[in-house]
Ligand binder design. Sequence first.
Ligand code: ADP
Ligand code: MG
Length: 248
Amino acid sequence: MTEKRGKILAFANPKGGVGKSTLSCLVTAMLKWTNSYESVQLIDADKQGSSVRLLQRISDNIPCSHYPISYEYDKLNVIMLEQLMSNCRMQRGNVLVIDTPARPDQEGIELLTKSHAIIIPCSNTLAELPITLDFVKKIDDLKARIRKIHPHIVVIPNKIHLNRKHIDDFISYFDNHDVVIGPPIHDSSFIRKVYTKQYDYNKITQETIFSDLHNVVSFLRKYVIDEELDEIYSSNKSHKDHNISTLR
Ligand SMILES: Nc1ncnc2c1ncn2[C@@H]1O[C@H](COP(=O)(O)OP(=O)(O)O)[C@@H](O)[C@H]1O
Ligand SMILES: [Mg+2]
């Protein structure tokens, strides 16, 4: 809804390889393709800059800047990113997606808490779940300390195998934490190849994985960008409803 303030969605997880860069680029492009927002842009805050290149490959007319925040000497980037975030927030119809580095330092984490939602891709494997849970707890503690409902914590189950029924286990893993579980994205050879091939709107829409991505984008639009989560949290109706994905 364009009359609402600009929204910042930060893709984060201290674990590398969970899908932060891939999903932040695909979600940015798909939000842009809805033609519903004044401005959609991506900031790559990882020093590797892989999402700058990836987004270019998906769509060459979406603004993407590189502000790596992982090192001490990137202090200036942290300040500039903070400024960009507050500018985005002031303007209605703006959406700013941030791809963040693995293992962000405390300053990086504090910067993330200034976003409207932290989107956390995570597979249902023991390599990723425990680190993700620790991260969720850390953000939750920070939120409790500043007594805020933001950032919302949205976990996106990623790289899920089609033929296995893992989602329930996944949801119960995060039980008792203030997170929302979004729709899952299955393991997809298309996504694996997105780093090496040229893809555009027409190609992506023909892929079977498109419906997963579409569900995630619709979910983020409805609950995060159009503020349904804000309404749920502020009315406190289902504060502990962890699986809002089933409401879509
Ligand atoms: N749903 C998926 N299916 C298959 N491969 C995926 C999926 N999501 C991510 N990947 C692959 O996982 C790897 C790591 O993804 P990436 O986005 O670079 O992670 P991060 O930014 O968290 O380090 C990439 O090779 C990417 O293609
Ligand atoms: Mg990355």
